[in-house]
Write a protein that binds this ligand. Structure first.
Ligand code: ADP
Ligand code: MG
Ligand code: MG
Length: 931
């Protein structure tokens, strides 16, 4: 590279960058223009490289091109904004000075890596090019200078592979096939065993591949290489896998990636070199112990991609004790500095240690909880609020997952490394796309791959568990699955995948696609067939953290529970009440369903009343059990809601049997019975049962049903009060849409309740309220509140009726809508804050206009979804209610919501809440800056 060229570039840069915004930030020799606080601008990788440089951690010099440059490049239709290239050239020349060599120098070439980095880590989703700057000339210079021919050609073949893959979009397998062939030819076990000649030969073959696939020679000009690589890294933001990852993690598309260009250091120089990844604590258990993997004579991507399984860090300790000690000290410093568990990439070049990346380590939920609690209590490094904010609420779900029953006796066919503790049972699939398809059909699948790559994330996400035959605990599969808390076993060396034959072998066992296996995530074992799974046990740290969440949250958490057993489970997980008992679930028991059917078949009021009275003792027993389990907390019981046909046999089946008997003419009794059922079903037939004769409409037209239920509730309450418990029944009317409905059902309820109280002479405090699930009810909530003592937002029906999407049919178009981004997510899983949420907000506001401090909750599926819980907190709900297993998730989400946006006592948002939010946000950023 002629010197003059880069000079003239530099000259131009200084003139035009006077006007252009600053796009490039340098780090070198203890000084840096960036810092941790500039994460959004420089990406996680870039900002921490700058921060570490300033801390005096050994980091090779380089510079980072900002996400603003990315945004400008994108806005201009993938063209560099004015001044960008000049700034890059100016920084390149500074880097050359710092490194004491130049890109393209024929005798002492500088090589660089070009790395992607978004503000949040998206492991392996975007691209990085290593060893850039090599060409047919510089490779000779490198060989000569290092007196290591093998090394130089190893770098060159790696460079062509990565550049070919990332920049020229050549399928990597084209190169890997040739590499494997070369290994076979030379009898090399690993890449590191390939001799120089073989590597030289490979480079020639690789260049041939490039010529053939893209119709041009491999670019020899290092500046052109650099420019192409920067473009490719910019564009890798839009790679399918990255887009998928963002969709799954709900990350915005407009953040973009920064690009870091930095001097290469070489782990592949020989036996005193190597590369590795380490964690300052165990990312699986959270235990405070140094943990990691090391590969001797290798470059970084080998570990990350799981191409070779690394050795334990102890190997580094024995091979290079001084390096190990230094690394150990740096990891302590970094952890102390960031006050969080760090995931660190390092490379040893000829006995000298370099740090190439640090970030908060991905961890299992168990580890997150343990680390947060220990850092707060034992180590006093972070406050409780920080500890609470450190754990992602949804991830707690992992701690509530089942594991393989320790009593189970089985023989494993293979075993690998346990990457996450969850167990999974499912059908074997090899193709990630097929995994997605089967999961959509509600089938549990286990994705089995030789190793995973970022293209596979959608399939991994859809699967119950992931099994790979290659790769270590820091391989792609392990890191990604750990982030989700998904069951994952990696590096099961005995598992030989024969994808084309749709089977895998493990020793003498052959497992075919579709066969059920169990993965024991705790041990890494692979077992044929379905093993029994058991419920989780809560750790002490987990209980401690939940205790803090209870103290901090102002929005309470209840559970939806229909049986005494569910109620007990809910309490164990910390529920302070039941937000929804669905009485109809009690109708399906073996002894009961015939009586329910008798009630529905009844021709007149008398007959119906007789059947209804038979149900009373059953309902009373259930309520007694639930009240006992939940005392002294409130229990909300919803009166009968679904359309009656749901309790009868399926019309199609009845019709079939009836027609059969009709034709044959025997069993006249059954024939008559079926005829009656058939007639009743025909009478009950509705075009839109979800909008039909259900909810309070049913209770109003068949008052004896609601009368019986209210009686059962009140008799049960009186009985349990008599035992000395505190009981607070909240009787809930479903599907109210008009004030008149509320007024009438309230009067009906009061009449029966008062009767029971008079009969038993027990003082029971009860209340009557309604579900708000018809949009109209939210709009007339001020008037409904004249008769309702509480509201509970039934956001399943409310979502259904607000969007006009049938919950049972949404599967036909939802996947398409999600893919095309017509919807950000499934509105039945994540509350639609803009539409449905607005109705909720209006309903609360209007209801509280009539009764200030009106008790308000939510009982839809959304009650356990963290973003929705935060919303419920913001609009001033008294409580959220969710399934028992989600209760801890909701508590943590509610506590975080309170920390982020404090609420004054009494549940109504203070006027100053926005100012508060700003302040707490600021103090958080300040804290981060100071670290
Ligand atoms: P990812 O985000 O996929 O981890 P990275 O940009 O971190 O991508 O790079 C991939 C691998 O290459 C990592 O192991 C990293 O340590 C290594 N690497 C990146 N830059 C350099 C460099 N300048 N010298 C040596 N190894 C590098
Ligand atoms: Mg990395
Ligand atoms: Mg409903």
């Amino acid at each position: 590279m002629p010197r003059t060229k880069s000079r003239s570039n530099t000259g131009r840069a200084s003139r035009s960058s006077a006007r252009a915004p600053k796009y490039v930030y340098a780090f070198a020799n203890g000084r840096a223009e960036g810092s941790s606080a500039m994460r959004d601008l420089l990406g996680g990788k870039g900002c921490e490289l700058a921060e570490m440089t300033k801390m005096g951690v050994p980091v090779p010099p380089g510079f980072t091109i900002s996400t603003e440059a990315w945004a400008a490049y994108n806005a201009a239709g993938k063209k560099y904004p004015a001044g960008l290239w000049e700034q890059v050239m100016a920084h390149l020349s500074r880097l050359q000075t710092a490194a004491g060599t130049r890109l393209g120098d024929a005798t002492r070439p500088l090589l660089v890596s070009v790395r992607s980095g978004a503000r949040v880590s998206m492991p392996g989703m975007m691209d990085t090019v290593l060893n850039l700057g090599l060409n047919d000339q510089t490779v000779l210079g490198l060989a000569q200078r290092t007196r290591n021919e093998r090394f130089a050609w190893d770098c060159y073949r790696r460079f062509i592979t990565l550049f070919g893959d990332v920049v020229l979009s050549i399928d990597r397998r084209a190169f890997d096939t040739l590499l494997d062939a070369a290994k076979q030819r030379t009898g090399a076990k690993t890449d590191a065993d390939l001799p120089a000649d073989a590597l030289k030969g490979l480079v020639a073959e690789f260049k041939g591949v490039v010529q053939e696939k893209v119709g041009r020679a491999f670019p020899q000009d290092p500046q052109e290489q650099l420019r192409l690589a920067i473009n490719a890294v910019f564009d890798s933001w839009w790679a399918r896998k990255a887009v998928d990852y963002r969709r799954i993690h709900r990350l915005p598309d407009d953040w973009g990636t920064a690009v870091t260009v930095m001097a290469m250091v070489f782990g592949n120089l020989g036996p005193t070199s190597g590369t590795g990844v380490c964690f300052s604590r165990d990312p699986s258990s959270g235990e405070r112990r140094f943990f990691g993997e090391f590969l001797v004579n290798a470059q970084g991507e080998d570990v990350v991609a799981g191409i070779r399984t690394g050795e334990h860090l102890d190997a580094l300790k024995t091979r290079m004790p001084a390096v190990y000690r230094k690394l150990n000290a740096i990891k302590d410093r970094l952890e102390l500095h960031y006050r969080d568990m760090q995931d660190i990439e390092f490379t040893v070049q000829d006995g000298k240690l370099f740090i190439l990346q640090t970030r908060s380590g991905k961890r299992t939920a168990a580890a997150a909880v343990r680390i947060a609690v220990e850092m707060s209590t034992k180590e006093k490094r972070i406050g409780r609020d920080t500890a609470l904010l450190r754990v992602e609420p949804a991830s707690l779900h992992q701690l509530l997952v089942k594991t393989v029953d320790p009593q189970a006796k089985y023989t494993a066919i293979a075993s690998g490394l346990p990457a996450t503790p969850a167990a999974a049972v499912g059908k074997v699939v090899f193709d990630p796309e097929k995994a997605v398809e089967m999961a959509l059909r509600q089938e549990a699948v286990i994705l089995v791959r030789p190793e995973t790559s970022p293209e596979d994330v959608a399939g991994m996400h859809a699967a119950q568990g992931v099994l790979t035959s290659r790769g270590g605990l820091t391989s792609h599969a392990a890191v990604v699955a750990r982030g989700w808390g998904k069951c994952c076993v990696v590096g099961a060396g005995d598992v030989v995948v024969e994808e084309e034959n749709h089977l895998f072998r493990a020793g003498r066992a052959v497992v075919r696609e579709g066969q059920v296996i169990t993965l024991n995530g705790a041990t890494g074992e692979v077992i044929v067939g379905a093993q029994p799974l058991v419920d989780p046990k809560l750790s002490d740290e987990f209980r401690e953290l939940l205790g803090w969440a209870h103290e901090r949250a102002t929005t309470r958490v209840r559970a939806n529970a229909d049986t005494p057993a569910d109620a007990a489970k809910a309490r164990e997980f910390g529920a302070v009440g039941i937000g929804l008992v669905r009485t109809e679930h009690m109708f399906f028991g073996d002894e009961r369903i015939p009586i329910v059917r008798e009630m529905i078949m009844a021709g007149d009021v008398q007959a119906r009343k007789k059947a209804v009275d038979k149900l009373l003792p059953f309902q009373r027993e259930d309520f007694i059990g639930i009240f006992r389990a939940m005392a002294p907390h409130p229990v909300t019981i919803r009166l009968l809601d679904p359309p009656l046909h749901e309790f009868l046999p399926k019309y199609k089946e009845v019709l079939e049997e009836y027609t059969r008997l009709d034709a044959r003419g025997f069993n006249p009794e059954r024939h008559a019975e079926l005829g009656a059922v058939k007639a009743r079903l025909e009478a009950l037939l509705e075009a839109n049962p979800m909008l039909g004769h259900r909810g309070c409409r049913l209770g109003i037209t068949f008052p004896e049903i609601y009368d019986m239920q209210v009686r059962a509730i009140m008799e049960a309450a009186c009985e349990v009060v008599g035992e000395g418990h505190r009981v607070e029944p909240e009787i809930m009317i479903p599907l109210t849409g008009t004030v008149a409905e509320m007024k009438l059902t309230r009067e009906m309820t009061d009449r029966v309740a008062q009767q029971v109280i008079a009969e038993t002479g027990k003082g029971v405090h009860y209340s009557v309220g309604t579900m708000i699930e018809v949009p109209r009810a939210a709009l007339v909530a001020d008037r409904i509140a004249q008769y309702a003592e509480f509201f509970s937002f039934g956001t399943n029906d409310l979502t259904q009726m607000t969007f006009g999407y049938s919950r049972d049919d949404i599967g036909k178009f939802l996947p398409f809508y999600l893919e095309k981004k017509l919807l950000p997510n499934d509105p039945f899983a994540v509350l639609d804050q803009a539409g449905v949420g607005e109705l909720v907000r209006i309903g609360i506001e209007r209801g509280r206009k009539t009764v200030s401090g009106l008790k308000v909750g939510i009982c839809g599926e959304h009650g356990g979804e963290p973003a929705s819980v935060e919303f419920c907190h913001r609009v001033g709900m008294t409580y959220v209610s969710c399934s028992p297993y989600m209760v801890p998730v909701a508590w943590l989400a509610a506590a975080q919501a309170e920390i982020k946006q404090p609420r004054s006592p009494g549940g109504v948002q203070p006027k100053a809440s926005r100012a508060n939010m700003k302040r707490s946000h600021m103090s958080r950023t300040n804290r981060r800056t100071k670290q």
